[in-house]
Design a protein around this ligand. Structure first.
Ligand code: PGA
Length: 252
C-alpha cells in the first residue's frame, strides 16, 4: 500500500490500560472530521493491540506496532514479529525508536533488519532517527541523522513503502522543539539522502517530525517543507489532542 499524503501516528509507548480504549473510540468517532489526505495511526502497547485492532477494523484508523523482531517466529521470549503485527491487521511498525536504540542497544544494522522484516510481512516500517543534544551542540546533526538513515534502510527500500521519523532525542517528552529552520534543514537533508540512495524512489517516503508535537505547535511544524506528518508520543494518549494535531496537518 502506498503512503498517504500525511501520516499522524501516535506512539503510546508503555502507556495505556484498558480504560484507554475509550480514547481510541473517541478518535474513531471523529475520523469523519479529518481530511481524507491525512491518515491517523495508533501504535499501542502489545496488551492493547488486539482490542484496538478490533475497534479499528473497517475504519480509517490504522494500527501499528512499536517494534518488531527481525525473525518471523521462534524462541525469542517477549518479542513480537512483523508477521504477528500483520496478522493482527496492523499496517505500520515503528523501528529504531531512540528509546529502543538506548534501552535495548539497537544499532542501525539491527534497525535495518527489523525494517526488512516489516517489508517481508507486508508492513510499512516507520524508521526513527535523531540526534542527541551533544551531537546537535557539536554541529553534527545532519551528519548523524543522514548516516542513521543510510544505515537503517531495509534491503527492500527501493521497492516497498517506508516512512522516516526524524525525532531529535532532546525534544522527546521534554516540551522542547527545534526551530522551523532546524526541522526544515534536517528534513531536506533526509530527502537528499533518500534520493541519493534510491534514485526517484527516494522521493516517495513520508518524513515525519516527532518530539513534543502538541496541538499548539502542530500547525507550524506540519507546514514545514518536507514534513509529511508527525510521530506523536504524549499528546497521542488524549483523543482531543491527537485529533487536534491531525486537523492541524491540513490547516483545517
Ligand atoms: P513525545 O514523543 O511526543 O512525547 O515527545 C515522541 C516520540 O517519542 O515518538
Amino acid at each position: 500500500m502506498a503512503n498517504p499524503k500525511k501520516l499522524i501516528a501516535g506512539n503510546w509507548k508503555m502507556n495505556g490500560l484498558r480504560a484507554a480504549l475509550d480514547q481510541v473510540r473517541a478518535v474513531i468517532a471523529d475520523l469523519p472530521s479529518i481530511d481524507n489526505d491525512v491518515e491517523m495511526a495508533v501504535c499501542p502497547p502489545a496488551t492493547l493491540a488486539a482490542p484496538i485492532a478490533d475497534l479499528a477494523a473497517d475504519t480509517r484508523l490504522a494500527v501499528g506496532g512499536q517494534d518488531c523482531h527481525a525473525k518471523a517466529s521462534g524462541a525469542h521470549t517477549g518479542d513480537i514479529s512483523a508477521e504477528m503485527w500483520a496478522d493482527l491487521g496492523a499496517r505500520y511498525v515503528i523501528v529504531g525508536h531512540s528509546e529502543r536504540r538506548q534501552d535495548h542497544g539497537e544499532t542501525d544494522e539491527i534497525v535495518a533488519s527489523k525494517a526488512t522484516a516489516a517489508h517481508r510481512a507486508g508492513l510499512t516500517p516507520i524508521i526513527c532517527v535523531g540526534e542527541s543534544l551533544e551531537q546537535r551542540k557539536a554541529g553534527k546533526t545532519v551528519q548523524v541523522v543522514t548516516s542513521q538513515v543510510r544505515a537503517s534502510l531495509p534491503q527492500s527500500a527501493a521497492g516497498s513503502p517506508f516512512v522516516i521519523a526524524y525525532e531529535p532525542i532532546w525534544a522527546i517528552g521534554t516540551g522542547l522543539t527545534p526551530t522551523v529552520e532546524q526541522v526544515g534543514e534536517v528534513h531536506a537533508a533526509i530527502r537528499a539522502c533518500l534520493t541519493n540512495a534510491l534514485g526517484p524512489a527516494g522521493k516517495a517516503p513520508l518524513i515525519l517530525y516527532g518530539g513534543s508535537v502538541k496541538p499548539d505547535n502542530a500547525a507550524e511544524l506540519m507546514h514545514i517543507e518536507e514534513v509529511g506528518g508527525a510521530l506523536v508520543g504524549g499528546a497521542s494518549l488524549k483523543a482531543t489532542d491527537f485529533l487536534a494535531i491531525a486537523r492541524a496537518a491540513t490547516g483545517d
